[in-house]
Design a protein around this ligand. Structure first.
Ligand code: GLC
Length: 619
């Protein structure tokens, strides 16, 4: 008994000292938004409760990671994202597939949304009806805790989504609001006539102009409009109400205590709304994210915040906060991703080089999550001002990219579909898997051996280039074996209008078996990616904070990337065209990291869609 009290005292001491460190700033920001001391006091006392409830192994992890702040900035992290049902049926199934995950060299898994959500009105799980319940078919909170513990034993981190901008219309709060309870109505944005909604519509852009036009939904039974930035069944939460902020933080901490390591704050730029603005990236959003960062540093400091900010670079980087007042630990490198596919379609690396130079010039503390594909569409958010200088105009270039990736322009072998083609702006985004965009689907249908070889080479080259970027690469499940588009969503009336499901097919485990045979498409991809992943983990120049740069190769189709760390330099050359290309480089001795052989630079030929990783020991 006495022992237990001692332990609790020691434990609260840790909490108190963390709280002390952040208290003044946290209180100041809270008061700035809410001017409500009693709600702030409630927040602090609930934080302590969540801290006390946190299990010992997680508290140990908190202490370890507090000491080693660099733990996620090394060269050893490789992520994979997947839908639990598509990947392994349910959470227990995922636990049963951890060997496979390790074979993929993956030590960070992003479990796509798995909390309770109404069937057929879920937006892929992004309409949460209960933040404390796992969807029945996927398992339970106990299964989640068992899974996170099993992952930790193998050194695997687990990421989950925290969908904080909105709840499902089936969430208890929404139901009570719909029943007319004023307190719950004040947690959302309700209007009894169209006047204010129509004022918002003047300045707020649309997220889903085709599949869910407008930012409001008329709720017939209560005679009110409710704000729904995304789908009509996703009701925007009103963070001007401190009850919303507090309760959402309690959900956040509850989930953190289930053992997850990384919390992806979904659609975060949207969480604060002001009439007359775009309702994106308002300064109050940053206040809230900064408070979330402090709250997690007080209660569960081993947690990383991953911000989902799918916007242009100058809007993304502020979400890292400042070095003294950090916000997110990790952010998606979305512009680099979109620019990569632009480079594929144009075979010209100029814009990509410029984009990489921007990223490389940012503080080394910033860690980006790099990827080729994810569960969402590709929006063509490129630097059009630069493209204009090359004579490329935004609208026609977007049209070209969409035509190219649908396979109808520019000698393309890609297959895929448009997403949310906006009849007013003429804008459209794009959906497909990496393999289909590289030409694997087309070559297979046409039984074109040469085409297949080219497509596989492009796919491997793109991954090699991905791994060379600073940050954490995240694979989209199925890409490691070249999974193609899945058109079966069209048969489901609830999915048919949302082409993002084209790249959300189930993992094909029969196809995955072929990864063991080197002469199959699956085998080539899986084994080559495996070699690259091992090189990345063993060569220290791949650490996130290494010096990174690009150099002009004098050849429009070839990108040259360099990395330097503690006397070791690695150069990567990537040919984005379907023909062999020659570049001139400074004469130097290197070791080819793939073959282990000595090579001499000078005039170098990079094969069609080929690449090289060369290492130099700098005296
Ligand atoms: C995020 C998700 C996307 C979802 C949206 C609404 O952008 O990535 O899939 O539709 O949020 O929650």
């Amino acid at each position: 008994m006495e022992k237990k009290t001692k332990k609790t005292n020691k434990s609260t001491e840790i909490f108190q000292s963390r709280l002390k460190k952040h208290h003044d700033e946290l209180r100041w920001l809270y008061m700035e938004l809410y001017e409500n001391p009693s709600m702030f006091a409630e927040l602090c006392s609930r934080m302590e409760q969540f801290y006390l409830e946190r299990k010992e192994p997680l508290k140990k992890l908190d202490l370890d990671r507090e000491k080693d702040k660099e733990w996620y900035r090394q060269n050893d992290r490789l992520g994979m994202m997947f839908y639990i049902d598509n990947f392994a049926g349910n959470m227990k199934g995922v636990e049963g597939r951890l060997d496979y995950i390790e074979q993929c060299n993956v030590n960070y898994i992003h479990l796509m949304p798995f909390l309770e959500t109404p069937k057929d009105r879920s937006d892929g799980g992004y309409a949460v009806s209960d933040f404390r319940k796992v969807r029945k078919e996927l398992g339970s909170m106990e299964d989640l805790e068992e899974l996170t513990a099993a992952c930790h034993k193998r050194g695997i981190c687990v990421c989950m989504d925290f969908v904080m901008n909105h709840t499902s219309e089936d969430h208890e709060w929404a139901k009570r609001a719909r029943a007319g309870e004023g307190e719950y109505m004040s947690r959302y944005f309700f209007f009894d006539n169209a006047q204010v909604p129509s004022q918002y519509e003047k300045t707020v852009p649309q997220v889903f102009p085709t599949t869910a036009p407008g930012n409001f939904t008329w709720i017939e039974d209560i005679g009110h409009y409710v704000m729904t930035t995304f789908y009509p069944y996703q009701w925007d939460l009103n963070y001007k109400n401190p009850r919303v902020f507090n309760e959402m933080m309690y959900h956040f901490l509850y989930l953190a205590n289930r053992g997850v390591d990384i919390i992806r704050i979904d659609a975060v730029p949207y969480i604060w709304k002001e009439l007359g603005t775009s309702c994106r990236n308002l300064k109050q959003v940053h206040t809230i994210v900064r408070m979330m960062r402090m709250i997690s540093e007080i209660v569960c400091p081993s947690i990383l915040l991953l911000g989902e900010v799918v916007m242009e670079p100058k809007k993304v980087t502020p979400y890292f906060g400042t070095l003294e007042k950090p916000e997110c630990h990790l952010l998606y490198n979305v512009t680099t991703m979109a620019t990569t596919w632009h480079t594929v379609a144009t075979r010209n690396v100029k814009l990509l080089k410029k984009q990489l130079d921007i990223v490389n010039s940012l503080p080394k503390e910033y860690v980006f999550l790099n990827y080729l594909r994810c569960h969402d569409d590709i929006g063509w958010g490129l630097d059009y001002a630069s493209l204009q200088e090359e004579g490329m105009e935004e609208r026609s270039h977007k049209q070209y990219l969409n035509d190219y990736f649908q396979g109808s322009a520019g000698g393309s072998n890609s297959r895929g579909e448009l997403y949310n083609a906006d009849p007013v702006t003429g804008d459209a985004r794009f959906c497909a898997t990496t393999a289909s965009m590289c030409g694997i689907e087309k070559a297979e249908i046409e039984q074109d051996g040469k085409g297949m070889e080219k497509a596989v080479r492009m796919d491997i080259m793109l991954h090699a280039y991905l791994f060379m970027q600073s940050g954490i690469p995240v694979l989209y499940s199925g890409d490691e074996i070249g999974q193609k588009n899945d058109y079966s969503y069209k048969k489901n009336p609830f999915k048919a209008a949302d082409s993002r499901y084209i790249h959300r097919g189930a993992m094909n485990w029969v196809q995955a078996e072929k990864r063991k045979k080197a002469d199959t498409v699956e085998g080539k991809l899986f084994q080559e990616l495996g070699k690259l992943e091992k090189i990345r983990k063993s060569e220290k120049a791949f650490v996130s904070c290494a010096d990174a740069w690009t150099t002009d190769t004098g050849n429009a189709a070839v990108l040259c990337m360099g990395r330097y760390w503690e006397g070791e330099k690695i150069i990567g050359l990537f040919n984005f065209s379907e023909t062999d290309q020659t570049v001139r480089m400074e004469e130097c001795e290197y070791t080819d990291l793939l073959s282990g052989q000595a090579v001499r630079s000078g005039e170098v030929t990079v094969p069609a869609y080929g690449f090289c990783y060369w290492k130099q020991i700098v005296p």
